[in-house]
Write a protein that binds this ligand. Sequence first.
Ligand code: XMP
Length: 174
Amino acid sequence: MGSANDDVSRVLIPENVIRDRISSLAAEIEAVYDGDIIVVAVLTGSVVFLSDLIRCLPHRMEIGYITVSSYKGDLPTEPRLGSVSLPELRGRDVLIVDDILDTGNTLRLVQGMLRGHEPRTLRTATLLRKPSKAPPDVPAEFVGFDIEDMFVVGYGLDFEGRHRNLPHISELRA
Ligand code: XMP
């Protein structure tokens, strides 16, 4: 039986490095919010990051989600909103949790949609960012790691729906 690990050529960010960074990222987030927060997860790529991050945050929180499809294999397509399940956001402190800020098209769509709900504050936490591509009009206040422009999988990120279960961030074997 083959495993998801057989399909990757190089581990870029190992499991223990992700774990340590998530706890320091949670400390950055904790320093910003005094009260209750609403976390909005951008699914499906953020599931693993979400579950590890929220367990490091002491706040009272509610969780909503938005699904967005933006890739066919490793080719970006115009992002499209799918299902949305959100608590009342008006006047609340809202934190978006996403897996990667790449071209920014997905987060631009999500941030614009959520701004329409008139939250008191709207911030974004993303595990990964490609600084060479991330556009200046799409803010991310909390970033786990900046990476080079390469297609990565693992820790929630997929190629054609697979490899989300890898505990590390890796480059796919060509
Ligand atoms: P954009 O380009 O809109 O990307 O910022 C957002 C969504 O596209 C997916 N994405 C990736 N998925 N490896 C992946 O597995 C990557 O390198 C990658 N780049 C973008 C991801 O779902 C992200 O939320």
